[in-house]
Design a protein around this ligand. Sequence first.
Ligand code: SER
Length: 316
Amino acid sequence: MKKILIVGAGGQIGSELTVYLRGIYGAGNVVATDMRDCTATLGQDGPFEVLDALNAEALASIVSRYQIDAIFNLVALLSATGEKNPQLAWKINMGALNNSLEVARQYNCALFTPSSIGAFGPTSPKDKTPQDTVMQPTTIYGVCKYTGEMLGNYYHQRFGVDTRSVRFPGIISNVTLPGGGTTDYAVEIYYEAVKQGRFTCPVPADVYMDMIYMPDALRACVELMEADPAKLIHRNSFNIASMSFTPEIICAELKKRMPDFTMDYDVDPVKKAIAESWPNSLDDTCAREEWGWKPEWDLSRMTDDMLEHIRRKMNK
Ligand code: SER
């Protein structure tokens, strides 16, 4: 990767991935794009362009103008938002992916697209969910992610496009909030704990989901994209795991540091159904073996770091 394009750079992953990649590859070599104008943030130390990812010509023009050789397509409506408007979720999630694949094929670019724990469904094995197993997602988000995995593999086999992907757990971060996901509670809980010492959780107390801290997620993107292709048996997409917990467990972790913190529940039926349909924890052996994946953060260290950053941000 020498000249990188990030599509959907204004979102939860993109806003931090842009900074991270610019630190490694040079600010001028990482072009951030989003449909909203993010010049004030992402355009300060490197190139930023407004781009509607559904406009294939505009995407191709930026790729050609900047001589891009690697694309990160981060455009997606998340799981809970997707259920409010499945047609729109399909249009946006698949439209951005289709355009990225086609432009990657035409301009000979590598392409990273995140998949998700949401690509699995209720018929997948729940614990230590294997890399290669039954995948019958029941959300439109998951249907898009699973289809995207198949399309990515197809473009690799059929056209030789260098497509790579990881199945992200819920990503926890302290820069840009996620929006409309089922795992968002695990980010919101930290903000609410600092702001008001209490949190109302929309996900049932005992539902396990895989989670990952943003620094590990960013490192995974780069390590996979820089991995020796000869070692990759899989491509789209790799299970990666870091930590798995329930609302009860993260609440207990906060209480250790904030004994007065309280949590109650107002369970959202849509999020409950989605969370219960996803794995409890993924088996990431293939990622470890094929490109050396290894998480560095656990729940305890992440909690310390999240609280420190959010307190600083909120002057608390
Ligand atoms: N974080 C996403 C969601 O909850 C899953 O990949 O929708």
